[in-house]
Design a protein around this ligand. Structure first.
Ligand SMILES: C[S@@+](CC[C@H](N)C(=O)[O-])C[C@H]1O[C@@H](n2cnc3c(N)ncnc32)[C@H](O)[C@@H]1O
Length: 438
């Protein structure tokens, strides 16, 4: 059947309407006419599959990636970059209006990524077996079909080459991919490279590595550490297991980030787009006034944002659930001689409840995972008298739902989107909220 694509959906899919009911189709752009087949029918919506574009949008480009369709991760690669930014703006505008009644006039233009390809400083890819050999790739979206990924053009180029070199080495030892039956074998390859220093982590279900294999990986010039994390959980909710052991090399990467000296363990979070992370932190900086008494950053990772803002407050406190990240944050405060920064390990909501009972917080920065702020955190904010909040979000849907709650006590002052994840529909957003009574 034929349909006109009216707008873009939150996951980068095109949306058409059949008998007023929306149909979501990947690979099409607003304004296009497409021949599609309906693959799923639900009460309030349908899912379609593109057969052929009948009339193509001026924004359409030929994706540079050969496996773009199969892999499905870069859901906007078929649009030129300018159009991607405008679609992201539309997604954000629509979501914030729908759930939180945030006006378009408050939303600034998307801060563009100077390098929309080859920007990712890290990768986390699953292993699988192909013709009895270990290979690496991705699972197709919403499926367990494995797609081999030899080259990924959103990864930094050298990182992508290192990935292939490592798989080659592992195959020399005939290592196998994990299966749920024997709960052994390799599950994920996790690489992160900053300043030409690469941390390599093997996530596996339980196996031992030959020392010479680890030596060969360490011999790749950029690799500074090889770690392992054991995860034999069937559910596969998260990539890492509970523990991360350094098999060889340095426990941390040390690098310079803007004016800061930063230490980072393999298990700690770091934004995957180094340049845009710098832009994001500068934006947060511009939103926070000088001369704060107490500034708290919840979900602080290794504390970079807290340390960036330390000059603005008598005291900054960062809260984070990963122990290694807090160790790094404390070390980062020391290395930068920032004596007014303190870091607490624990659940952000629960720790904020404790803190706000004994101290008045002037400014709160929250940078939660995609799931957004939980009940404890929201409840604590709503009961406290925090003057302003900077909410950094990587998920417009949870951001909008949380803003809906917060807007009973806070005004949304400004919204600044940052394109951290080019070629995908994901958007990073910075929101400044101020207390209605301050
Ligand atoms: C999006 S990252 C932001 C990190 C940091 N602000 C940065 O820019 O590098 C979210 C962080 O929240 C942490 N986290 C997730 N759930 C948490 C929780 N319930 N309490 C505290 N931290 C949590 C993660 O480990 C991760 O470091």
């Amino acid at each position: 059947m034929e349909t006109k694509i009216e707008k873009i959906g939150i996951n980068g899919e095109g949306i058409g309407f059949i008998n007023k009911k929306p149909i979501f189709i990947h690979g099409v752009l607003p304004g296009e006419y497409a021949n599609i087949s309906i693959t799923q029918k639900h009460d309030t919506y349908s899912i379609g599959e593109l057969n052929r574009v009948i009339q193509s949008s001026e924004d359409r480009v030929l994706p540079e990636c050969k496996i773009h369709k199969k892999c499905g991760a870069c859901t906007m690669m078929h649009a030129n970059y300018k159009a991607q930014l405008s679609f992201k703006y539309d997604i954000l505008r629509e979501t914030l209006w729908k759930y939180a009644r945030v006006k378009e006039s408050l939303i600034q233009p998307v801060v563009a990524n100077e390098q929309p390809l080859f920007y990712r400083n890290s990768l986390k890819l699953p292993f699988a077996m192909k013709n009895d050999k270990l290979t690496i790739g991705m699972y197709e979206q919403n499926s367990n079909r494995f797609v081999e990924v030899k080259q990924c053009i959103v990864h930094e180029q050298r990182l992508d080459e290192i990935k292939i070199e490592i798989v080659k080495i592992l195959n020399q030892y005939h290592y196998k991919a994990y299966t749920n039956n024997d709960k052994k074998g390799l599950r994920y390859l996790v690489l992160r490279m900053i300043d030409d220093k690469c941390q390599c982590t093997f996530v596996h279900g339980g196996m031992s590595f030959d020392d010479t294999c680890i030596d060969k990986v360490m011999n790749i010039p950029e690799v500074i550490s090889v770690c392992e994390s054991i995860n034999a959980s069937k559910k596969q909710i998260q990539i890492f297991g509970d523990q991360l052991n350094v098999l060889e090399g340095k426990k941390q990467i040390n690098f310079r980030f803007d004016d800061l000296k930063v230490t980072l363990s393999a298990r700690s979070f770091f934004q995957l787009n180094t340049k845009q992370a710098e832009n994001l932190y500068h934006i947060v900086d511009t939103l926070i006034p000088d001369h704060q008494n107490l500034l708290v950053e919840a979900y602080c990772g290794v504390g970079i944002m807290s340390l960036f803002m330390a000059k603005k407050a008598d005291k900054v406190i960062g809260i984070e659930s990963i122990k290694d990240a807090i160790k790094n944050a404390r070390r980062n405060a020391e290395r930068n001689n920032l004596k007014n920064a303190e870091f607490i390990v624990g659940d952000a909501g629960k720790q904020l409840v404790k803190l706000s009972k004994v101290q008045q917080i002037d400014t709160l920065i929250v940078d939660p995972p995609r799931s957004g702020l939980d009940e404890t955190m929201l409840d604590c904010i709503m009961k406290s008298n925090i003057k302003q909040i900077v909410y950094v979000s990587c998920n417009p849907a949870t951001l909008a739902k949380n803003l809906n709650v917060l807007s009973k006590k806070y005004n949304v002052e400004t919204v600044i989107p940052v394109d951290m994840f080019s070629q995908t529909a994901h958007i990073e957003t910075c929101v400044l909220l101020s207390h209605k009574n301050s």
